[in-house]
Structures are given as C-alpha cells and as structure tokens.
Design a protein around this ligand. Structure first.
Ligand SMILES: Cc1cc2nc3c(=O)[nH]c(=O)nc-3n(C[C@H](O)[C@H](O)[C@H](O)COP(=O)(O)O)c2cc1C
Length: 215
C-alpha cells in the first residue's frame, strides 16, 4: 500500500505541510508507505493543450506526454493506492502550482465522451486537505464549498471515493506584529492555532488512516 501526497504550499513546515504530515502519520498507522511531493520544488507547467493524451491510437493516449519533473511523479501515481492533495486557498482557489498539477494529473484520465469516462486503470481513494484564512462560517457565502464539491466530484469520477477536510482561519505568520495585517486579531489567531489546529491535525490523521485502510 503506497500513499502519495502533494503539498501545494510554497511553505514546507506550515499549515498545509503540517496537516499532510499528520495525514501520513495516519497512513503509517495502517502500515502504508508514503511519499510527499513538494510541488514548489519541481519545475513544471500546467496543461499545454497538446492533446497527445486524447489522440486516438497515440502512444500517449490516457497519459500526460509532457516529459518534465512531473512525469516521473505521474508514473508513480499509476501504481499508488491513494492520493492526498493539500493546498492553501489563494485568491479564492488552490495555489497556482496545485492548479497546474491538477490540470496535468486529471485531464489525461478524463475522456471527452458523453458521459465522461475515467481512463485511470484502477479505483483508488483520494483526499484533499485545504487550509484557508476564511472562518468556517463564511465558507458557503464565499463559494468555497462549491469549489471543494467540484474537486471531490472530479477526483471521485477519475480515481474513486474522495473526501476532504479544511482547516479554517489559519495562523499565517510567526509574528503578526511584523506584518501589515490589521484585519486579523493576533490573539484570536494564536488562540485558534493552539486550540483548533490540533483538532484539524487529528482530522488529517483520520483521513490518512481511512485512505490507507484496506476497505
Ligand atoms: C497569495 C495568497 C493568497 C491568499 N488568498 C486567500 C484567499 O483568497 N482566501 C483565504 O481565505 N485565504 C487566503 N490566503 C491565506 C492562506 O490560504 C492560508 O493562510 C493558508 O493556511 C496558508 O497555507 P500554508 O500555511 O500552508 O502556506 C492567501 C494566502 C496567500 C499567501
């Protein structure tokens, strides 16, 4: 059992990366092997509309033909038993690198047929971990639940059962007094970091354990 995860934050020790590591503790509890890819370490672009993956009889049919730093990662995905994507929300959607990775990861497996079909050879579990400044009670009005639902639908269609967790109102800086950030109350942020973030870590652990579970 191998679980692969992608960190879509440029930061390797902050909210998103921490939750991904907690998820890996959950997968380890099921004796799964893990690999974490920091997307910001890799040199790659999003989809380039070459359509090699959709060309009838083409040697790259159903696979991304672009041979860059994502190519070996995608070859490992072919053999993985579960995938976890993790991203901060940036300007209302996932980070740029996560978005580019998702275009490359998803498009080759989804046919332009009616109904669309998945070319991914197996059914595997997937999970998404989001981190976001917005408080939980404002998620719906800002359209984030729709975004999460769309990703869940796409991942579910292509790979198999998908779930997500979201850590709201995250602690974003080591020292709020050094940053122009008057919108935020540093004490409330610190309180949330101390009291709620550990609960989010437990949720990530649970997700990791479920994704690595045999059932
Ligand atoms: C460039 C940028 C854009 C952001 N845009 C949003 C946003 O649109 N909505 C939001 O709620 N938070 C936004 N945030 C906050 C991050 O989503 C949040 O702090 C996240 O937990 C950071 O993840 P990290 O700690 O793993 O880097 C933004 C942060 C950055 C750096």
């Amino acid at each position: 059992m191998t679980v692969m995860a992608f960190n879509g934050s440029p930061r390797k020790k902050w909210n998103t990366a921490t939750l991904l590591e907690k998820a890996f503790e959950g997968t380890a509890s099921q004796e799964a092997e893990t690999e974490l890819i920091h997307l910001y370490d890799l040199n790659f672009k999003g989809l380039i509309s070459c359509f090699a993956c959709t060309t009838k009889g083409g040697k790259s049919y159903g696979k991304c033909a672009v041979e860059d730093y994502l190519a070996p990662v995608f070859r490992k995905i072919e053999k993985a038993d579960a995938i976890i994507l993790g991203s901060p929300i940036c300007f209302g959607t996932v980070s740029g690198e996560m978005r580019s990775c998702m275009e490359r990861l998803l498009f080759p497996y989804l046919t332009y047929t009616d109904p669309p079909q998945s070319l991914f050879p197996r059914r595997i579990k997937t999970g998404f971990i989001y981190t976001i400044n917005t408080p939980g009670e404002r998620m719906n009005e800002r359209g984030y639940l729709q975004l999460f639902g769309l990703h869940e639908m796409l991942l579910g269609m292509i790979f198999g059962a998908s779930e997500h967790i979201c850590s709201y109102d995250t602690y974003q800086f080591n020292d709020y007094s050094k940053v122009v950030s008057g919108r935020f109350d540093p004490d409330k942020k610190a309180k949330r970091r101390n009291e709620i973030f550990p609960i989010d870590c437990d949720k990530a652990f649970g997700m990791g354990a479920r994704l690595a579970g045999r059932k």
